[in-house]
Design a protein around this ligand. Sequence first.
Ligand SMILES: C[S@@+](CC[C@H](N)C(=O)[O-])C[C@H]1O[C@@H](n2cnc3c(N)ncnc32)[C@H](O)[C@@H]1O
Length: 299
Amino acid sequence: MGHRLSKQNEEHQFARKGSLKPANESKHMDCINCNYFEPLDDEELHRLQAQHFLLRLIRGNFNAPLKKTLSLGNTKVLDVGSGTWILDMATDYPQSSFTGLDMLALFPTQIRPVNVSFIQQNVLKGLTTCDNTFDFIHERFLSGSFSTSQWEKIVIPELTRVLKHEGWIELVESDAMLENVGRAGKRLCDGLIQVFQKRNMDGMIAKRLPSMLESTQMYSEISKVETEVPLGEWAGDIGLLALKDMTAFFSAVKHQMVEEMQISLSEFDGLLAEFTREVEEFKTVRRIHCICAKKSFVK
Ligand SMILES: C[S@@+](CC[C@H](N)C(=O)[O-])C[C@H]1O[C@@H](n2cnc3c(N)ncnc32)[C@H](O)[C@@H]1O
């Protein structure tokens, strides 16, 4: 599986040290209204890639009832805010066609499955894709990309527009508030939630997504599956990998977090170290929600 990014794409990256914008925004991306606050440097991209394989192990690649359809072929799939998922899926289902969409040109240009293509577009500007194009639309971990009102007024309507009648949408989001946390975990999660709130984003957006889909009046069979990802050695190798991923994520956004929490970088590092110890005592988990729905109605 190829990496999404190589050093030659450095100019497209977000700077890690607290910058909320990519290094050369106007030249390389269409950033109208975008608030995406995670740094997209090599370290973060490697974390996302490792996280993908960990999640595949824990919950598989998708929940929509499409295994047979994808295997038969001629199924058109769109992944929004794209990453390793699309490369993995394209390899698993060689008869179907896959499109990754991202506002940044992070996708591999040379080594990739033949049935994958990429489009560089900002969802918030509206997609250039025609109505009723895709059989399956998947998105994962975009809670740090859109405000609640952008989800409601732009993202969900736009994805619904480009989804075919009888097609499936799958939205996968993680809760920013971890469960079974100790003192340090609670402070870190509260800080993260403040980072979201400052940008009018909801770190717990998953709870709103089913009603957003419902309010379009275009979907039936709306369902939600939740997965608990255990953090820490108490849950064996998977727990250790998941904890490593979680601490890497906190580290990636630490400049935004210290600003909101009004603490120093060394205090933050102390909290993170305490967090990695206390997950063992409290058996901390991260909750991931997968919302699926079928586009069944026309307006
Ligand atoms: C946290 S990453 C998740 C990547 C992938 N879905 C995964 O699960 O590993 C979010 C991705 O969404 C992209 N993104 C953020 N805002 C976007 C927008 N307005 N339009 C298109 N892509 C966007 C970012 O460039 C980044 O690649």
